[in-house]
Design a binder for this molecule. Sequence first.
Ligand code: C2O
Ligand code: CU
Length: 703
Amino acid sequence: MYGIVVSIELASVLMLLVLSLIAGSKASKLVFHGSNDRLRIRSRKLLWWAVYVSVAACAVVGCVAILAVRMGPIFWIDRVALHIPLVGVPVLFVWFSSVPKLINLYKDTKKEADGPVDGTLRSRASHASLVAPFQLLALGALTTFYFVLVPPIPFEWLDAAIPVSLFALLSVALWTMHRRRSERAGRSDAALKLRSWPIRALRNVGVLVIAAAVAAPFFVSAMNASRLPAELDMGTGVADYGGGAAPAGGGQHDHTAHAAGKPASTSASTVSVTQLTGPRTGKPDRQYTLTAEKKTVRLSSGKEVDAWTYNGQIPGPELRMKEGELVEVTLINKDIDDGVTIHWHGLDVPNAEDGVAGATQNAVMPGETYTYRFLAEQVGTFWYHSHQHSKEAVQKGLFGALVVEPRQPQAKDLKDITVITHVWRGAGFAIGSSDTVERMSIAAGTPVRIRLINTDDWVRQTYTLIGTEFQVAAIDGTDLNKPGTLQNTRLELLTGGRYDVTFTMPDGPVFLSVGEGKKLGLFMSPDGSGDIPSSPPTVPFEPEHYGSPAPTPFDADSRFDREFTMILDNKLGFYNGVFSSYDTINGAVFPNTPMFVVKEGDLVKTTIVNRGSVDHPMHLHGHHMLVLSRNEERVSGSPWWSDTLDVAPGETYEVAFRADNPGIWMDHCHNLQHAAAGMTMHLMYEGVTTPFMIGSATSNHPE
Ligand code: C2O
Ligand code: CU
């Protein structure tokens, strides 16, 4: 609903802009229609234009009204405060000033015989109170359009002040100009001549050139200010304390001029991320070596992909381990010139093992190695990927599945299948490296667990299980409590998210359809043969009402030490010197996005709101967030823990987590294209420092 209403509003604003520009130009030409008859006809026509612009204006106001009735204030505060007055006030002027004057003009010209227009009528036809309102409306629509493109969110009058003042100033100027013009028109018709079109065009170009000259310095300075610094310490940022105490003293410094709060401090005891390691000694239970290298890999259809791989395969090898095991992974970079790391997505490892270039380590360059060691303490489905140039690295294949099996043995005959969906550039959709339907024979009665992982940007991937009832046993690696039986329910994942699906193999065929149709998926039957069934109509899976409640260490009624708000939106502006429309967090792109500062032990609540027009899978490193509510409705099913939360346009989530894993933790949109364009921020524990740097002068580029 939200997305549609917002699009209609935008279309209406544009429509209003066009219509009011036309109406404004017609109004100012009224005086040039030399005869009474023509003036009469034109006045009547202009009355119709008053109706047209009002229809568009009503559409704008109507859209805002719908939002105000249906949504929380964060979705409409700027629209009510700015769009409505900017559009509404000029329309009222049109109706209470222009329209009565036009009606009188129409009546009075009707009384008189045709002939040249006299001075009084001329001055009335060009009167400011008749002409200007139409043009003010165009100006109002233009200003509203600006506020649609650059929403002043989080809402502050100060951010709106310059455009609003400009609107007011230009309005006064327009009015004064028309008043003078009308006086001249009254005195003699020679004083007023409709200039020929080349002259008018020239004048308009002149106005544009002057406007551009005035705007240019602001534009250039904004562009330069947006350039990422050569070196940036991720332990610093625009501190947001979430209503909690800002520590006294100094130490950490804000890295931008416009800090939202006082500098965070390094209290007496500081700790470097390099000290926050997993067990450095002890014989590992599992040892893996992952070698990053470029390789051309063939998909099942025969198509080739120029990939960046771990161990020469896409995806990288699946890492399977048991709960509680000490895991050691040696990363070798053979020839990835951009550098590489490994981040254990969803696994809440100690900070030094988190694998973020520039925050927890330096990027591993060709010829270098790096060792990660951690205890596999969470059971479930995870994945790993490079967190250096991650947008490119993940797209090209530097990722793989990671599964932690429970300590107690799983069912002997359990069929445990990992399904990673990805889009390979130039080759299209695939499950791992298989871009055709894969067939499997599974005996009837076999317990099956399918681990769905979506690793692709952009795509909201749809999974439909046809031919059997099933449960969603886990979300983002965490088991659900008493998951109910589902059928004809489609699962959707944005990049980074996981669902574990379980069922008992029936006698007949089962098809896991990925995306629409029968082109891609997993076909299972007792002997692997049979026809692929068609997809029935489905309903979307709603985790907030699924399963049964169970005790959690905290809930929506807990007292929180810090409460943060994360507003996702998009706006026109600069990022690193490039002008475009960017996805923003609290109105900013990195490094001006907030740094949420917490103390170890804090109970933290975050409200995530998506005001934008696209989905954002928000991923917090090092912690699992308990979802408290979705769109102001409390989670009523199983406890729902997430590390990658899909926030669709118009949605609001409240999540909470315990700050129990000190470090510097990325918190970003896992649409890695968005992250690479600045939709990233971090969670910062008081007293933690990092010796690593990001920036153009370093080799660390985490996104
Ligand atoms: Cu899966 Cu910050 O990443
Ligand atoms: Cu995003």
